[in-house]
Every structure is written in C-alpha cells, then in structure tokens.
Design a protein around this ligand. Sequence first.
Ligand code: ADP
Ligand code: ZN
Length: 217
Amino acid sequence: MRLIIFGPPGAGKGTYASRLGHELGITVVSTGDIFRQEVRRNTNLGRKAAEFLSSGELVPDQIVTGILAKKIHADDAKHGFILDGYPRTIEQARALDKMVKIDAVIRLTVPERIIVERLSNRRVCKKCGAIFNLKYLKPKEPGVCDNCGGELFQRGDDLPQVIRERLKVYESQTQPLVEYYKDELPILNIKCSSARIPPEIIVREILRKLQKANLLV
Ligand code: ADP
Ligand code: ZN
C-alpha cells in the first residue's frame, strides 16, 4: 500500500502517519524528519536545507525529489509506505507520478485556530522523534519522552512568525495539489474539528475509510 498523507502544517500528519504505519506494517517517509536529521548531523544536505527550514520556506524541488526517490526504493519500503510532507508542490507531484503508483491520498482538514495552537504547543523527542503536545498530548513526565526517555524540544520552525510563513507557503504551493489529485486518486477526507480528539480515534477513522475504499486486504 502506498499512501500520501496530506494537510496543513499542524494537521497531525506525523502523529497519525507513524501510528498508521505501525498498524499497516509499512514505513513512513517524512521529508521534514529527513531534513531535520540532516541539519542536526550537519551534513552537506543539512547545510543546504537549514535556511529553508528555519524560515519556513520549501527546500528546492530538485533536492527533495532526489532524496525521496532513494527512500521509496529502499528495502524497508518494499511493502509500501506513507509519504508525510511530500509532495508539496505540483512539480513534486509530477516527479512522484513518474516514480511510482500511489493508491490513495489521506487528506486532513483542520481549522486554522487549531493549527496554531497545536504547533505552538508541540514538543518533539530528540532521540526517537515522537510528537507530544503540552495541552493535548502531554508526556507523562514533563520534558521527557514516554517512549524512550529522550529529551523533548521545540522545533525551531514552531515559532509564531515561522508558523505564519509555513501556512502561507502551504496555501499557495501545497493546497493546489488537491485539485491535481482530485480526478486521479481516491481522496479520503478526514476532518479534525477539535484538538481534543485522541489520535487513536482519527487513525481508526482513516482505517475505516481505507477499508471502505477497498484498500485493505
Ligand atoms: P510541517 O508539515 O509541520 O510544516 P514538515 O516537518 O513536514 O512540517 O516540514 C518542515 C520543513 O521541511 C518545511 O517547512 C520545509 O522547509 C521542509 N520540507 C519538508 N518536506 C518538503 C518538501 N516535500 N518540499 C520542500 N520542502 C520540504
Ligand atoms: Zn523518544
């Protein structure tokens, strides 16, 4: 199964994708996670990507697409994958079309006030990448990851002015992809109308919709 999880920053893509990947036994490819890791390791790629990440802009298409191609042809993706954060532009979607056939798009819609609240309260584990929220998905012990005991931190792009820029970029460059896929692929619409809905509920709804679309065997 090859899925795209699509939605604005703060829609919960990463949170749901990792749980869903676990349920379905497929890997999650998150371009944002890949870039953050490269930045942390201060690799060549990381140095190229850093300024885009910290300003909330998109990393240029050629760079992203090259990396993605490698990931989806890797061994751990042979049973399928969920793409989180890719494609983000029409050009990326075209490049993806040439690489592989996607089965469906999971489209998350969230009111903007929830987005901002989620992003500004988000904390991420330094070690394993697990996502928490100071209001809605609290770690059991403050500042400590439930999964691995790692230290939690706030992403540099989860600050108000960068959040605004990311939302702008999403609206102008990524949102148009809905039109692009509308007639090509099943789009499973998932509405998150409250930040209080536990992730399990959303994941269950996604699974239900995959089943209804005959995508689960
Ligand atoms: P979110 O969806 O919460 O904004 P991500 O973790 O998906 O965050 O992405 C963080 C940043 O990584 C983006 O703001 C952008 O700079 C870069 N990035 C991730 N995926 C892509 C992509 N497909 N194309 C271009 N830039 C990307
Ligand atoms: Zn952790």
